[in-house]
Design a protein around this ligand. Sequence first.
Ligand SMILES: [Zn+2]
Length: 287
Amino acid sequence: MLWTKGWYLRPNPKKSNIKIKPSYLLWFALFFLGGLNLFLFWQNLHLKEEIVSLKRQIVTLELREKELETQLDQLEKENEELLQQAVGALRKRTSYVEKIIRQLGLSRHFGALHKKALGGPYLPPQKEYEILLEKIATYISKFEKVPLGKPCRGYISSYYGYRRDPFTGRRAFHAGVDIVARYGAPVRATADGVVYRVGYSRGLGRYVKIKHRHGFMTVYGHLRKYVVKRGERVRKGDIIGYVGNTGRSTGPHLHYEIRRWGRSLNPLRFIRAERRLAKVAKVVSAR
Ligand SMILES: [Zn+2]
């Protein structure tokens, strides 16, 4: 063990008698400290360089972040615009369906929904979009209960309203439309319902009357024969009879009427509404 006394460092005289001059130790220390200093200086330089490079990286990252932020902003804006466009398109479609509802005189029946207008408090587009989509889907499902479309293939030869009677030649009210079709062509129910009456009358010939929901009734006349019984439940598209020439008829055709709460309506509107609604339904169900 080394111990010091005065300017001299000497080993334990009991163990060794070698003397070390303090100047050696001093030189060594100086040399060592110098080296250390040099090393620290070098390391400091190196660290400084690293700091500069890191600072540079931070600046680039900040710039990149800003760039990304603006890109994100732009995307959000574009997204918003797309959503607004979609909402606009859906609004148009909804008002189109509502127009059909009005034209068919069904405003009151569809009314509960109809009146829940989308005015008033501001709605975020996402919310409005969902509401409109639900609304339009409800309209379309309600329309499934309404007699729509043609009961048989063929062209319309006589329209609803006043016309010259083909038998008497006098002005008379025609309560339905006449569809000229091949003799024996199938006649189908235009909506779900229950057969209210089947029979024969001088005017209508063999006929079928079907009662539907919401006060609707459809009448199919001049049939060659009918294939349903009174009280029978029918689905839209079911064959109920075949085109004939019975009753006051000048050739094979179907006389088709739509009544609501006992009043006759223009079937042409309901025939056309099916195609008009199908377009909207396709768009809605595609989502
Ligand atoms: Zn007719």
